[in-house]
Design a protein around this ligand. Structure first.
Ligand SMILES: NC(=O)c1ccc[n+]([C@@H]2O[C@H](COP(=O)([O-])OP(=O)(O)OC[C@H]3O[C@@H](n4cnc5c(N)ncnc54)[C@H](O)[C@@H]3O)[C@@H](O)[C@H]2O)c1
Length: 448
């Protein structure tokens, strides 16, 4: 995709505005934020003020559907509360106009929703159609789009008719696919051309901690084999309590997915990267011991835990451990990561931005300490430059027009949620919970 890449941001609360500022630092890379969607007027106003300061005229919508229908954007960033991600993503993926998507973590709040998104993306698949001598591939939404594009403008552009037109499209497409499977009739050249021009919809999940310079450096060390076969990963996050959010959505498990999904999907994603394996089973202990106990919203006290220990076993025999405390403001670092392989050990400290690594052979005297930095970062923001690098990376995938896969895909998003869900369930049940169990909706429901 050449020229200016036009972005829309759905949800412009704290994180949406963070994306807006990050994208303003990518302006020289040919990025423009052209629209936002948010029903909350104060959030809209704060985003508008920011955009004006960047000299970016913004079209403002109160919902994501209007933003999609405007046809203004090539890329949308979804930074709405967790419980809204599923429906918004489904609407984006289903929309006749293709939009690349960067969706904030967690992908969704439940495994079932994540799976539906992933399966839909897969099912959408690619259909081989008899495109005359040229041959070619079309995905189902491509065919929808082609037909949609041929519709009279007053039908395609009239929001009231959208749903009706959409069903009509679906019927025609089914008919075409059926016909195509039974005949070798060729489809007009314009379709072949369109198929050639086809752009995949890229969906990247905002698991951005992997881009933090000390974390990225430690990943590089691990992947370089200096530590040998990774056996143990321990991640400690000791920090301040959850911040106040618009309408306090993050105070309840039903909205956020629970602390170990909402917050800790980042760390479960990192563990999978370090051990290069998939999780098998999870054991956790946690509670709400200090924070939010004196808060009441609509007569209800928050139910999100504020501390936990989680142990994860991976399918290559390696182990992960998470130590989460959200009443630990008196900490030098917010994240301390330790990775131990059969040859050596590496550590990363955030926000000190320090990485240490050494081997068993060289011992304590041989431990090397370095300051991790990434010169590409133009804006540190709230997450030590990781949001900036995430956008830089996603932009390059978007520009590569489907040749380059998103760095953090739907499977990564799904598994990081599954590990969090398993940990939450383990606390509730007081036993190990297998990933297979939470991946199987029926088993999960019957054990709940
Ligand atoms: N990557 C990270 O480290 C990180 C950090 C913070 C938040 N997040 C994620 O970002 C997302 C947003 O969190 P936040 O901290 O900005 O919350 P927030 O409450 O500050 O902002 C959410 C915004 O979304 C708006 N909104 C609600 N429903 C909407 C809808 N249907 N359509 C459009 N807008 C809607 C709200 O009005 C609000 O302005 C969450 O998924 C959260 O987990 C990620």
């Amino acid at each position: 995709m050449g020229g200016v890449v036009k972005y829309g941001i759905i949800g412009v609360g704290m994180m949406g505005r963070e994306h807006l500022i990050n994208l303003s630092h990518l302006r020289s890379e040919g990025v423009a934020v052209v629209s936002i969607a948010d029903p909350h007027i104060p959030s809209q106003q704060l985003a508008l003020n920011l955009a004006h300061s960047f000299n970016w005229p913004l079209k403002v919508f109160s919902g994501h559907w209007e933003l999609l229908e405007s046809g203004l954007c090539d890329v949308v960033v979804v930074s709405t509360p967790n419980m809204t991600h599923y429906q918004i993503l489904m609407d984006i993926i289903n929309h006749p106009k293709p939009h690349h998507v960067l969706v904030e973590k967690p992908l969704c709040t439940t495994v079932a929703e994540c799976k539906k998104i992933e399966e839909y993306e897969k099912e959408k698949g690619v259909y081989w159609l008899p495109l005359g001598s040229a041959g070619g591939r079309l995905s189902l939404p491509d065919v929808y789009r082609l037909i949609w594009g041929k519709m009279p403008l007053d039908v395609g552009n009239n929001a009231k008719n959208t749903s009706k037109s959409w069903h009509m499209c679906a019927k025609i497409v089914s008919f075409l696919l059926e016909a195509a499977s039974h005949s070798d009739a060729s489809i007009p050249q314009s379709v072949v051309d369109a198929a050639r021009k086809r752009q995949e919809i890229l969906v990247q999940v905002g698991l951005e901690y992997r881009y933090m310079p000390p974390v990225a450096k430690l990943i590089e060390i691990v992947k370089g084999g200096i530590l040998g076969q990774v056996k143990m990963v321990a991640i400690r996050e000791h920090r301040f309590p959850f911040l106040v959010k618009v309408n306090n959505w993050n105070r309840f498990n039903c909205n956020s997915g629970g602390t170990l999904v909402e917050k800790c999907c980042h760390f479960f994603d990192l563990m999978r990267l370090f051990v290069a394996a998939n999780p098998v089973r999870v054991m956790a202990s946690g509670a709400i011991d200090v924070n939010h106990k004196d808060e009441i919203y609509d007569g209800k006290v928050p139910d999100i835990i504020d501390n936990a220990f989680v142990i994860i076993e991976f399918d290559n025999g390696s182990r992960g451990m998470l130590d989460l405390c959200m009443f630990a403001e008196g900490s030098k670092n917010e994240q301390e990561i330790s990775v131990v392989g059969h040859i050596g050990k590496g550590e990363a400290f955030v926000p000190e931005n320090v990485v240490c690594f050494g081997t068993r052979l060289a011992g304590r005297d041989g431990v090397q300490t370095l300051k991790a930095e990434d010169k590409r970062i133009k804006y540190d923001g709230l997450h030590h430059g990781s949001s900036y690098l995430e956008h830089l990376n996603f932009l390059s995938a978007v520009r590569a027009q489907g040749v380059q896969a998103p760095a953090v895909d739907l499977q990564d998003g799904l598994l990081s949620v599954a590990m969090g869900v398993a940990a939450q369930l383990s606390i509730e049940k007081g036993r190990f919970v297998t990933i297979e169990e939470v991946m199987d909706e029926q088993k999960c429901n019957s054990s709940a």
